[in-house]
Design a protein around this ligand. Structure first.
Ligand SMILES: C[S@@+](CC[C@H](N)C(=O)[O-])C[C@H]1O[C@@H](n2cnc3c(N)ncnc32)[C@H](O)[C@@H]1O
Length: 221
């Protein structure tokens, strides 16, 4: 067990009550950022299938439902406490939301089963190799013509290198520490993110929103 990094599930379980307020306070351009997550979705009344990885309390769902009010959401999150807030918040949408309290790194995903896969502020806890493997799995899970929408923190190339080195260094003394299981912030630079998406087989990649700290990327096959 690490003193420096907290175990992921309990990190978010403990913070679930204050999470939404915290995000609104720390995220530059909060409303624009989430509006652009919504902007990645087509306006439709169809019951499109959406997989949300690391859905947390479901902040992004409000913006997705504005574009696709009949979307059927599968919300995956390690933290049961975060998912409880999501379920309470979207009381009126209960028939459209299914929650899965599990890791998106280990759940089985049927090929070609979602129109959209969205993940917001969650994948920056993963090292490059693990993230590329996940991107590959997600590409296979999308239906042909579907879209992967990722909104997350980004850093400069120098900061990316510094954070990765810091983590590698720490891992030497803590070899059992796994990225993805602990709350470790190692965001990609935008350049690395796009390279990783290409390596996973995505071809049509568009950055639709960017600030100095975060971006929204839409990737298709
Ligand atoms: C910063 S929150 C983002 C929540 C929400 N998407 C948002 O934008 O507000 C990150 C979420 O990812 C979840 N998470 C982290 N790693 C995960 C994993 N391997 N599987 C499922 N959920 C995970 C955490 O439990 C947490 O709720």
């Amino acid at each position: 067990m690490s003193d420096k990094y907290e175990e992921m599930k309990s990190f978010f379980d403990i913070r679930a009550d204050s999470y939404d307020e915290h995000m609104a306070a720390i995220l530059e351009d909060y409303h624009n950022f989430y509006t652009n997550i919504g902007a990645a979705f087509q306006n439709t009344d169809k019951p499109i299938e959406v997989l949300d990885l690391g859905a947390g309390t479901g902040i992004e769902l409000e913006y997705i439902f504005k574009k696709a009010p009949n979307a059927r959401i599968t919300a995956v999150d390690l933290s049961e406490e975060m998912l409880k807030r999501l379920v309470n918040k979207y009381d009126g949408f209960w028939s459209q939301i299914k929650t899965i309290a599990d890791s998106y790194l280990s759940i089985d995903l049927a090929p070609h089963s979602y129109d959209y896969i969205v993940t917001v502020m969650s994948l920056h806890h993963l090292m490059p190799v693990k993230k590329i493997d996940l991107y590959k799995k997600l590409r296979e899970t999308l239906i042909p013509g579907g879209a992967f929408v990722e909104g997350d923190y980004i850093v400069s190339a120098e900061e990316e290198k510094r954070l990765l080195n810091e983590f590698y260094q720490f891992k030497k003394d803590n070899p059992l520490l796994e990225d993805g299981e602990y709350h470790i912030d190692i965001p990609f630079s935008e350049e690395t993110q796009i390279k990783a998406l290409k390596e996973a087989g995505f071809e049509n990649i568009n950055v639709i929103y960017r600030t100095s700290r975060a971006n929204v990327v839409v990737a298709k096959i």
